[in-house]
Design a protein around this ligand. Sequence first.
Ligand SMILES: Cc1ncc(COP(=O)(O)O)c(C=O)c1O
Length: 386
Amino acid sequence: MGAYFDQNATTPLDERVRAAMLPWLGERWGNAASAHRFGQAAREAVEAAREEVARLIGAGSPAEIVFTGSGTEANNAVVYAALARAGGRGRVVLSGLEHPSVPGPLATPWGAGVEGVRVDPEPSGVVAAERFAAALEPGAAVAALMLASNEVGTIQPVATVAAACRERGVPLLCDAVQAAGKIPVSVQILGADYVTIGAHKFHGPLGAAALWVRPGAPFAPLLVGGAQERRFRASTVNVAAVVGFGAACRLAREELAERALRLAALRDRFEAGLATTAPGAVVHGAGAPRLPHTSSVAFPGVVQQELMIRLDLEGYAVSIGSACASGRVDPSPALLRMGIPDELALGTIRVSFGLTNRAEEVDAFLPILGRAVASLRAAGSAAGVR
Ligand SMILES: Cc1ncc(COP(=O)(O)O)c(C=O)c1O
């Protein structure tokens, strides 16, 4: 049978989103910055999409939305702008769960002289708001706390941290890329200064993401040249992708509650089935508030790469969220930062569900997973890895 259970990496395009995009990949075209009728039509389509993005995240006005090419670009833009303000001094405070696109700029020449202060999550998979607040002193150029972890799915105390940031005058970036379209996201409730979301994580197209910027928050564009996106992001707008993004946002908003229930039912079915099919499995972050579609599970005595490959051979796609450098197996930093022992982190896979998955797929997957785990354990999979 086989199934795609790596929906946190990317999701298949919703056919309704595809239908909305198709005219802009064929009989319709235009540069949204052009004054003639072709440009006007493209601009209208882009502005309608902007309105949908704004509605999904409760922005005060569509003008607060900046379209970008990816979540990475949106996160990079905020951090690079902060580094420019820092001028080679001071600190940036980040949670230990952030996607690499958030700390990434610190490791470039633009980050030289700026201290990156990392606040690791508790063993629950949730960052302690008071520890994060304490790290903001003595003044930071920017802070970053994601809304939900892409690896474990745990939901973070963004509103509490945002209040602490506001008191200290530190702008806060909230990466909501994995949360948008899955759980309610309101920029007003979050209280952050920047929020990023991306279409391809909730059945929209690749190539369209958004950065919400609170009016008056400090910002400097990453891309300069034209006057597009109110000079927040130069480039000719990717009309087809943005139109698809708008459609994906509208559908997510209309169907959010029903989707969350469906996804949580798949995840719960999977996790409940583990007890009998793969005894000893440990679900990370199980006691914390979590996204409905993400399951991060450790199988003691198993090496994640070997398990992933076995499952791939059976047609099941899962993720391992780690890198394998120079023949050495490296467990996921996010898991280690939660205090999960090396051996468990090394045996962890991420199973993530989407709207294309069905209960029958979960039922067919469980015995295959169980057999793969048992046979790898019997073969001494994890023996001598470290
Ligand atoms: C939490 C989070 N932030 C940012 C990104 C990067 O988004 P993109 O793939 O659009 O660059 C991802 C993608 O995996 C993610 O999961």
